[in-house]
Write a protein that binds this ligand. Structure first.
Ligand code: ATP
Length: 358
């Protein structure tokens, strides 16, 4: 079996008695993009800095292609780790041309070839003699990528590298960057707090919270089978219904939900994303008939409806307890406040979690 390009084991880091990175283990294979995703302050950047070698861990070890780069006793200096870095506040050298910037870390005979190859890859061949101040933000980002890739790093660490760019440009640069990184076979560990960016870029997402990795998986899996309510809520708005399990079932105004393996008497949260609620019309005080897929309909009154382009976000005040539920529906539908409607919940898209504090 192929060895992981990057393997970090049981990394621990404390700052002032506070554990900021708490037993983090990860592997990244060659050509794979892993996103370290989590809220601000959860320890993502610190983890990256430890891998880069600019911060020393308090425990754990790191291997690159099976070779140890640091453990409790030994530390390889950053420049010997074959790791490239790309951070948000990347700075090109202002007094050097594009070609000189890209060539900066290179030695040996083939420098010019490599510079041309990389500038062609990032679509900047025509700018080879320009200076950074003559380039747009997106163009500078492309040069920064070329410069980081020039010495053929085995691993690329990227910390929110696209956050300085405006939305439209960011999507393009992300896709281009991904293509270039894949073509170079580099293993990438990318830090972001944006779930959309992680889902777009990652082969694997490592979801981080309070210094720990709480879930790892392909974007599709982590979105569709979140480990807990907080993991579900990190990727989108959620609705939460409260219930209590009796005989592996929970009764709610939307009908019964299965709670296999959950002991009787357990309080549960039934979590559903707004796009998985279905809306139906009120027919003289009656809603649609119950179905196996969608359970029983419950009535609510539109509190607010917002047009969002491709979809509309509709907030309902539910008759059964006055709570608010949110539904995302195609934007051809924009109901007026005060309109009574019926909601159903897609059974195959909801998650039942034993309730924890909060
Ligand atoms: N050198 C330091 N000294 C003391 N505390 C630090 C140091 N570096 C980071 N921290 C603290 O460690 C915690 C984790 O920081 P880190 O930058 O790793 O988080 P992050 O998940 O990358 O967040 P962000 O996305 O905001 O950068 C924060 O509470 C931060 O204040």
């Amino acid at each position: 079996m192929q060895a992981p390009r990057l393997e970090i084991k049981n990394i621990v880091k404390n700052f002032g008695g506070r554990r900021v990175v708490d037993d983090v283990s990860l592997t990244v294979m060659p050509g794979q993009v892993t996103c370290l995703l989590g809220p601000s302050g959860c320890g993502k950047s610190t983890t990256l800095r430890i891998i880069a070698g600019v911060e020393k861990q308090d425990g754990g070890a790191i291997h690159v292609d099976g070779n140890m780069v640091c453990d409790g006793d030994f530390t390889l200096p950053p420049e010997q780790r074959h790791i490239g870095l790309m951070f948000q506040d990347f700075a090109l050298f202002p007094h050097l041309t594009v070609a000189q910037n890209v060539a900066f870390g290179l030695k040996g005979g083939k420098v010019t070839d490599r510079v041309h190859e990389l500038l062609a890859k990032v679509g900047m061949g025509a700018h080879i003699d320009d200076y950074p101040h003559q380039l747009s933000g997106g163009e500078q980002q492309r040069i920064a990528l070329a410069r980081a890739l020039a010495p053929r790093p085995r691993i690329m660490l990227m910390d929110e590298p696209f956050s300085g760019l405006d939305d439209r440009l960011r999507d393009d640069i992300r896709d281009e960057t991904l293509e270039v990184l894949k073509s170079e076979g580099t293993a990438v560990l990318l830090v972001t707090h944006e779930p959309g960016e992680a889902m777009r870029m990652a082969d694997e997402i490592a979801l981080m919270r309070n210094g720990k990795i709480v879930q790892r998986g392909a974007p599709y899996n982590i979105y569709n089978t979140p480990k807990d309510k907080a993991a579900a809520a990190f990727f989108s708005d959620i609705n939460v219904l409260k219930g209590r399990v009796e005989g592996a079932l929970t009764d709610t105004p939307f009908g019964q939900f299965l709670a296999p393996g959950v002991p009787d008497g357990t309080e549960v949260d039934i979590v559903i994303r707004p796009q998985h609620l279905k809306i139906d019309f009120d027919r003289a005080g009656r809603g649609p008939n119950p179905t196996v897929e969608d359970g029983t309909a419950a009535r609510g009154v539109v509190e607010r409806a917002r047009f969002m382009g491709a979809s509309s976000l509709v907030e309902f005040r539910m008759d059964f307890d006055g709570s608010i539920l949110k539904a995302i529906v195609p934007s051809v539908f924009l109901p007026k406040p005060g309109m009574p409607l019926w909601l159903m919940i897609r059974r195959d898209r909801c998650f039942v979690f034993p309730r924890t504090g909060g």
